[in-house]
Design a binder for this molecule. Sequence first.
Ligand SMILES: *[C@@H]1O[C@H](CO)[C@@H](O)[C@H](O)[C@H]1NC(C)=O
Ligand SMILES: *[C@@H]1O[C@H](CO)[C@@H](O)[C@H](O)[C@H]1NC(C)=O
Ligand SMILES: [Cu+2]
Length: 197
Amino acid sequence: MLSTLLQLASLAALAQGHGYISTPAMRMPGESTTSACGKSVVADIVRDKTSHVEGLPELAAKDSGYKPAQCNLWLCRGVQFADNKANVQTYKPGQTVEIKIDLTIPHAGSANVSIVDTNTNTIIGPALLSWPSGYADERQFYGHTLPANQTDFSIEIPTTLGSKCASAGDCVIQWWWYGTAAKQTYESCIDFTVAAA
Ligand SMILES: *[C@@H]1O[C@H](CO)[C@@H](O)[C@H](O)[C@H]1NC(C)=O
Ligand SMILES: *[C@@H]1O[C@H](CO)[C@@H](O)[C@H](O)[C@H]1NC(C)=O
Ligand SMILES: [Cu+2]
């Protein structure tokens, strides 16, 4: 049984896709991302919303449209805020926000959800949620016992942000997952604002 699972898992490792934030709608690329990161990166994310970050630098390097100074593939896979201005969530300090992950293929590892200052690419405060290990475990996933709260959970918007995330584009809620054996990173970003408390 375990060997069947491991075979499935290794087949899965070759397949496309793994996970992304499905609710609220994550930041998706458009013209600004094409201008910063090149067409190949954008095509990869559009074709497969769940694609991992490690596949992108190679695509970008071969694309004459890639501008490393403007496209940080390790922040929201390079997807630019300018493409997502019409999709900014408005939250209140202390608000509970439900997040859903579409997790199509598992890779056991760690995960967290945090608020990232996009200007400095630094995490603000402690993680809102953190799974130090045991996230997206293949045996639980294929055994249909993956805890539901790994893909459907709530975060609480901190009350300590002050005016840090008052302007759209300054902060994102980032879901981050690293599959340890697969050595693959998945990232999605939610654009939001929080009015100063
Ligand atoms: C979430 O995980 C990433 C990757 O290990 C790490 O860089 C980051 O510090 C973690 N976030 C928090 C708030 O612990
Ligand atoms: C998630 O659900 C599991 C049970 O499936 C429970 O043990 C765990 O405490 C829950 N974690 C959170 C963060 O709610
Ligand atoms: Cu994989």
